[in-house]
Design a protein around this ligand. Structure first.
Ligand code: NAD
Ligand code: UDP
Length: 341
């Protein structure tokens, strides 16, 4: 298939592009490099021996998106990763987040529709469930109150996509709700890059392991969990990338009618913050000093996915374990730091 990948040089996008190229799909990337760099394109080439067609610019630039269609002819599908994702930033700058994540997506959808590119995969998030009454959360679990504009931008975009499908049933839409992506490609050439203090657990741990931070602050040790720390469904980014390949199957299947589908992408297992720290220390033979501190406002105690639907309908399930996630996160960060010295 010929596939437009927005945000294709970002963390999850670049891993998905690698999987797509290795499956011989033709890839066109649109990325404004707000949170990525051209160097990732070279790294994708190093892994796959292929260089996707790349456009630098904003997905909200209607003329640019139209030019992509004019220059590339029929595009079969769009995988839409482009977006801003930092929760705290979204609390400080809600308009910027809604503008980038929603307004720009509306422009993108308009141009896609005009060019008959109506197979669409959207990067959503488990945060749309809010603080669900029961875990694991399934796709049937009602969406909840989001605690920040970032999460609302995902929840609203899902609704927009649903309304679009209802208005025009030639759209074929797959919403993928990611749980907690971590890890890096086995080559350790691509992974999650943070310029400043990372808000998420795994990149923070890797910075402590590499001596860039003195210690990890564990937010909350009095949750009703097995060791008092928060529990999340961490999923290896390569498994997540492969989830997108599985989702493409929806568009390939002969006689499958267009639909609006939602799938959880997680492992189905929850691990506590302390379990992550201990596993990280063991597999990487490093020490992670930590301090137990107050809960982070608006954090939920436990989140993990029911993954039956995605397995039954798409045949996808995760294959990499917590050891793989901790090892690849660390080795990527270590090798990346050395490569940019
Ligand atoms: P990322 O920041 O690494 O990648 C996003 C890419 O999109 C970046 O390369 C950025 O430069 C680009 N981009 C942003 N706005 C753009 C715009 N207007 N036009 C063109 N390019 C633009 O993020 P990621 O972790 O790879 O996440 C990918 C998607 O998955 C995002 O939509 C994110 O919200 C979603 N998601 C991420 C996580 C996570 O924990 N990483 C969890 C759930 C959902
Ligand atoms: N967490 C932590 N210290 C950190 C970052 C995160 O203790 O520096 C905890 C956080 O409270 C939560 C878990 O790690 O229980 C996962 O947090 P993350 O921000 O990675 O994902 P999210 O909370 O968005 O699912």
């Amino acid at each position: 298939m010929k596939i437009l990948v927005t945000g294709g040089l970002g963390y999850i996008g670049s891993h998905t592009v690698v999987e797509l190229l290795q499956k011989d799909h033709e890839v066109i990337i649109l990325d404004n490099l707000y949170n990525s760099s051209l160097d990732i394109l070279a790294r994708i080439h190093k892994i796959t021996g292929k260089t996707p067609n790349f456009y630098q610019g904003n997905m909200g630039d209607e003329a640019l998106v139209q030019r992509i269609f004019s220059e590339n002819g029929k595009i079969d599908c769009c995988i839409h990763f482009a977006g801003l994702k930092v929760i705290n930033e979204s609390l400080e700058n809600p308009l910027g987040y809604y503008s980038n994540n929603i307004s720009c997506t509306l422009t993108l959808l308009k141009v896609l529709g005009k060019n008959n590119c109506r197979n669409f995969i959207f990067s959503s998030s488990a945060s749309v469930y809010g603080d669900a009454a029961h875990v694991p959360v399934s796709e049937e679990t009602p969406k909840g109150e989001c605690s920040n504009p970032y999460a609302w931008s995902k929840s609203f975009t899902e609704q927009i996509l649903y309304d679009l499908y209802q208005s025009d049933k030639t759209w074929n839409i797959v919403v993928l709700r990611y749980f907690n992506p971590v890890g890096a490609h086995a080559s350790h050439l691509i992974g999650e890059i943070h310029q400043s203090a990372p808000p998420n657990l795994m990149p923070y741990i890797t910075q402590v392991a590499l001596g860039q931070r003195e210690k990890l602050f564990i937010f909350g040790s009095d949750y009703p969990t097995r060791d008092g720390t928060g529990v999340r469904d961490f999923i290896h980014v390569v498994d997540l990338a492969k989830g997108h390949i599985a989702a493409l199957g929806v568009f390939n299947t002969q006689n499958a009618s267009p639909a609006y589908r939602i799938y959880n992408l997680g492992t189905g297992e929850g691990h506590s913050v302390l379990e992550i720290v201990q596993t990280f220390e063991r597999v990487n033979s490093v020490k992670i000093p930590y301090a137990l501190v107050e809960r982070r406002p608006a954090d939920i105690a436990v989140s993990f996915a029911d993954v039956n639907k995605v397995y039954n309908e798409l045949g996808w399930k995760s294959t990499l374990n917590l050891e793989d996630m901790c090892r690849d996160s660390y080795l990527f960060a270590k090798e990346y730091l050395e490569s940019i010295k």
